[in-house]
Design a protein around this ligand. Sequence first.
Ligand code: EPS
Length: 387
Amino acid sequence: MRYLTAGESHGPQLTLIVEGLPSQLPLSKEKVDDQLRRRQKGYGRGRRMQIESDEAQILSGVRFGKTTGAPVALAIENKDWKKWTDIMSVYPDDEKATKRRVSRPRPGHADLNGAIKYNHRDMRDVLERSSARETAARTAAGAVGRQLLEYCGIRVAGHVVRIGSVSTRRLEGWSLEEIVERSEQSPVRCLDSDAEKKMIQHIDEAKAEGDSLGGVVEVIVENVPVGLGSHVHWDRKLDARLAQAIVSINAFKGVEIGIGFEAGERKGSQVHDPILWSEEKGYHRASNRLGGFEGGMTTGEPIVLRGVMKPIPTLYKPLQSVDIDTKEPFAASIERSDNCAVPAACVVAENVVAWEVARSLLETFPADTAEDLLQGVNRRREEARNF
Ligand code: EPS
């Protein structure tokens, strides 16, 4: 299963093609739209989100609520495009081409490197595609993958554990349902109500200073069968693929799996998860410090991973840069932007993780139909119990 996205931030639409889904999978447009709506929310978003109201149009591969096995094409309209038709025109036009030309690269963005690489003297040709607008299409892909997981009884949740210098207390014993419910009620997707208040205040303060904030999000996947991924080749390790999926989200700089970097500080006896067996549960672990992975494969314990997002580089408090025409220094120009997109990025992270786990399911249990897939997954669950 694979997908491809196309589209610019201020072009007419984002386009997504998902290929390799089994047939007969219940696929709901409303469930894709739910994820798109969740991604648009969050304290710290800018004015663009008041213009957009993202909705997916399913253009192929689904009839009467189920996949046919053909590629699924989706479109998400950019409502803002109507104001950008001249600037984003596909026809040659020397006059229009100079309007809103960008000659001043913004530090922290793809502007300068992309311009040198693709030889664009107008850096708008870079920023239109490098914009985090594209994460709407990736969220839609994940929302499709998520429905395949749901069909197999696998559930995904996410929450924010840090914004800037404010982090949550260690929270133990939350069920997945509680995490889903509580994070959904929080404007910063945070489970800890004390930290939530401080995060909101921190965002307000940063905004008043013309600054931006990053943070850390946690994603959990429950009821995963044992043995997704593989120990035999580096590029089949599912933890490694998840790390790539997370770091490929705009502005993400790192990933931790389970206790993550803390594993480097602890002794082995305080890191590895003892193996237990009981009649009721079969094999299971006494703890889940390794976040559901051993040897690049799922252990059957929940997948738990964290991703760190840097602060958005578009700053009202400008950083120094160089104009590519004059080579003169200038203070980076002020652009409309979000000042904290961590809550939105949490939804993107959930969905890219859902996609990778769904892809791995189909690699482990190749299937023409959704029923075939479910049979394969249930067979593995049974084998793991009786092993
Ligand atoms: C973004 C800048 C802002 C964000 C945008 C990502 O857009 P604009 O330049 O139109 O104000 O709102 O995010 C989205 C449009 C979105 O859907 O998340 C950027 O520079 O990456």
